[in-house]
Design a protein around this ligand. Structure first.
Ligand code: SF4
Ligand code: SF4
Length: 401
């Protein structure tokens, strides 16, 4: 077998693996250009951080082995985003193992730590905010990664400006940077994103924003204006939830994920997409996509068709229109996210922890004769809540085993 054939054989054999069977170095050079140790990918600049990032970055929640992280690095991906709540810290450990021994300035690690007792509907803290406790969370996170510092520390669930500009939050975040535990600060936002972006830009301390952004965005003009506002203020913006459930349906026909990702990158203010990739096949498909961002007519048609047909829909737009409609004051957007993690991402642990965040007591939908909620995405929210609520009775030990 010639060298080229052997390389192709190896590459094809690896596709579809979750990374469990990969050893560091296996992919190096397989996809690279001559004379380069790592493959060159199309890049943009992440605002004032100056980081030159490939258009695809890795959200690590779905990675089940360090080998997949290393394979992503060796395929040219530079930014890796984890969170303290992915597998209760186990994911940070896995990312640390995957990057171990590499030159520290050759990759960028970000993580997010949610504050305790946050009410996502109001953006307030049920028991106040403890800056020292928050810094201890960051310390625990660094320990799990096996790093002295992360590159980007994100404050997640940023939505209301009261949260983003909360005195205690700003104090803790500034202290993290001052103590050298992170190089840059950022927010992550699923809902009220335009408000969060503008507040973060005005604060002057946040360098990066990771936001839910996809072709189903409820008010594109408002979202794009806020992104531009943040970018003009020097922030770097990256997108998450970019396939909006495409390819993540509970059932139904496969959807065009390339089209969904290209749609996001048409916005030149978007530095990169943080994509949750669980196989090499998915990774290589995404990396091939960023080499040609031009959208074909067929791709545009595919996205339009998806917009019209929500029969298999899992993605909740987090528009919050349902909140005032439920007499039991359920945090429906967060419960819907849990549902999507369970059925779309097949990530039971993330679904379990998200459901815990929603603070669901019992199952109030059981006692409702009829559901009064009219969802903007036409979800049958009662049906979905009745289904996902069963997950909260599963013990945490079982979820993490
Ligand atoms: S109205 Fe529907 S789409 Fe909007 S946040 Fe509620 S569940 Fe999600
Ligand atoms: S069925 Fe559930 S979501 Fe609908 S109104 Fe009742 S408690 Fe709220």
């Amino acid at each position: 077998m010639g060298n080229n054939n052997r390389r192709e054989f190896l590459k094809k054999g690896l596709l579809g693996l979750s990374g469990a069977a990969l050893a560091p170095g296996m992919l190096k050079g397989s996809f690279g250009s001559a004379g380069s140790m790592l493959p060159e990918l199309p890049t943009r600049i992440l605002g004032r951080t100056g980081i030159k990032t490939p258009l695809i970055s890795m959200g690590t929640a779905d990675a089940t082995a360090p080998g997949l992280i290393r394979a992503a690095y060796e395929s040219g991906i530079k930014l890796f985003f984890s969170a303290t709540y992915y597998g209760e810290g186990k994911n940070e450990q896995l990312v640390g193992e995957g990057l171990k021994g590499l030159a520290r300035d050759s990759y960028v690690v970000g993580t997010a730590a949610p504050p305790d007792g946050m009410d996502m509907r109001s953006g307030t803290f049920r028991n106040g905010f403890d800056p020292e406790g928050y810094i201890r969370k960051a310390d625990a996170s660094l320990k799990r990664f096996g790093l002295d510092y992360v590159d980007i520390f994100l404050f997640p669930y940023a939505g209301k400006k009261e949260t983003v500009l909360h005195e205690g939050v700003l104090k803790a975040m500034a202290q993290l940077k001052k103590l050298g535990k992170t190089r840059f600060l950022g927010i992550a936002s699923h809902s009220d994103t335009p408000e969060a972006l503008r507040a973060a830009a005005d604060s002057g301390i946040y360098d990066v924003a990771m936001i839910a952004y996809n072709y189903k965005v409820t008010d594109k003009a408002a979202a794009d204006a806020a992104i531009e506002y943040a970018v003009k203020a020097g922030m770097g913006v990256v997108a998450m939830k970019s396939i909006a459930g495409a390819g993540r349906q509970k059932s139904g026909p496969p959807l065009n994920t390339d089209a969904a990702l290209k749609w996001v990158l048409q916005n030149q203010n978007m530095a990169s997409i943080v994509s949750g990739m669980s196989t090499l096949e998915e990774m290589q498909k995404n990396l091939a996509m960023i080499r040609n961002l031009k959208m074909s007519e067929q791709e545009l048609k595919d996205l339009n068709l998806t917009l019209l047909n929500n029969e298999y829909e899992l993605y909740c737009r987090q528009c919050q229109e349902c909140l005032p409609q439920c007499p039991h004051h359920l945090d429906i957007p967060t419960i819907m996210r849990s549902y999507m993690y369970a059925y779309g991402y097949k990530n039971t642990a993330q679904a379990w922890f998200t459901l815990k965040d929603a603070g669901l007591n019992g199952n109030p939908c059981e006692s409702c004769a009829a559901c009064s909620v009219k969802c903007a995405s036409r979800f049958n929210v009662r049906e979905k809540i009745l289904d996902i609520a069963r997950l909260k009775d599963v013990p945490q030990d079982f979820i993490l085993s």
